[in-house]
Ligand binder design. Structure first.
Ligand SMILES: [Zn+2]
Length: 318
């Protein structure tokens, strides 16, 4: 079964996907592309300098995000993960990572990313690298909300704030997904954006209350038992998936307040927020009204999220 983060790749052509699936990506000569190889990644980017920058950043994220999520670095992969990068200033930010699970192993990585250099480095890459860390760790598919939600928590604050705005829009236009249904989803729904927005919001809620390691422990237990209510009860003290929905919804209605200090104290890894780049921004953009200068400088950049929001009928799955 080939799975991965596919829903944001509205920009990826069918031909490109077929090339990836057929393993032809690197056999196809590219006029401009430049390659760069690191221990775990093989980058194809428009210039040598970009390939180097993306490859080094991917390795750095692989290391630091493994520590963030798992508490230890990932072992080196037996074969590098190819990254195909399209980089241009006004390109919508997006990415797709796919891989194959077979008998508890992960094979045939492919990652395609696109966007401005800045957005690739501060959002798309950490998102996609987190997918590879989860695949390597769990070695089986995760519920989509939990996978995409977690990966979005490591994106730039601007992207996370956008997810929150979309969430409010979905919840007020009957596009929310009932939690029992969302917890059971192994594939992307036809209306995929609410899954991203709700997944991110719930992941944020849980991580704020227990940190990233606990989130991974919760997923481990839920995957093993397929009893998500029991896993929620054990790790977060919420007895059922349905009650999780009502607790989360109340929190959203209250404006997603930070947890009480006593609860926050047990989750030191997340209280500073994950900030992939040091821009002096608030780790919680939703709560901070005035946009810092660095954020205000890029208010109009196109995002794949916005692009997809306009094509609600598009089927994101292959
Ligand atoms: Zn993803």
């Amino acid at each position: 079964m080939r799975i991965g983060c596919t829903s944001r790749r509205g920009w990826a052509s069918g031909a490109a996907v077929a090339a990836v699936v057929g393993g032809l990506l690197w056999a196809t000569p590219s006029v401009q592309a430049a390659g760069y190889r690191t221990a775990n990644f093989l980058v194809d980017a428009p210039t040598e300098a970009l390939a180097r920058k993306i490859g080094d950043a991917a390795e750095q994220y692989r290391h630091t995000l493994s520590l963030e999520w798992l508490g230890s670095p990932l072992p080196r992969w037996s074969r590098p993960c190819p990254i195909k990068a399209e980089v241009a200033p006004h390109l919508g930010a997006g990415g797709a990572t796919s891989f194959v699970f077979d008998r508890g192993e992960v094979f045939n990585w492919t990652m395609t990313i696109q966007g401005s250099e800045e957005r690739i480095l501060d959002s798309v890459l950490p998102h996609e690298v987190t997918h590879t860390i989860f695949a390597s760790h769990f070695r089986r598919p995760l519920p989509r909300w939990a996978d995409e939600g977690a990966c979005t928590t490591v994106e730039h604050p601007v992207e996370r704030a956008r997810q929150h705005r979309l969430l409010i829009e979905f919840l007020t236009t009957q596009r929310g997904i009932a939690f029992p249904e969302m917890f059971a989803m192994r594939e992307y729904p036809a209306d995929v954006l609410p899954l991203y927005a709700q997944g991110y919001s719930l992941a944020r809620y849980l991580i704020d209350r227990g940190g990233r390691h606990k989130y991974v422990a919760f997923l481990t237990e839920g995957l093993a038992s397929d009893d998500w209510s029991a896993a929620l009860q054990r790790h977060y003290g919420v007895p059922t998936v349905a009650q999780m929905q009502s607790v989360w919804l109340d929190w959203v209605k209250q404006g997603c307040p930070a947890p009480p200090a006593t609860i926050a104290a047990v989750a030191p890894a997340t209280q500073s927020g994950w900030t992939p780049t040091t821009r002096g921004q608030s780790p919680d953009p939703v709560a901070s009204a005035p946009a810092p200068a660095a954020m205000a400088a890029t208010p109009r950049r196109t995002s794949i999220y916005a692009m997809q929001a306009r094509r609600t009928g598009a089927d994101p799955q292959r």
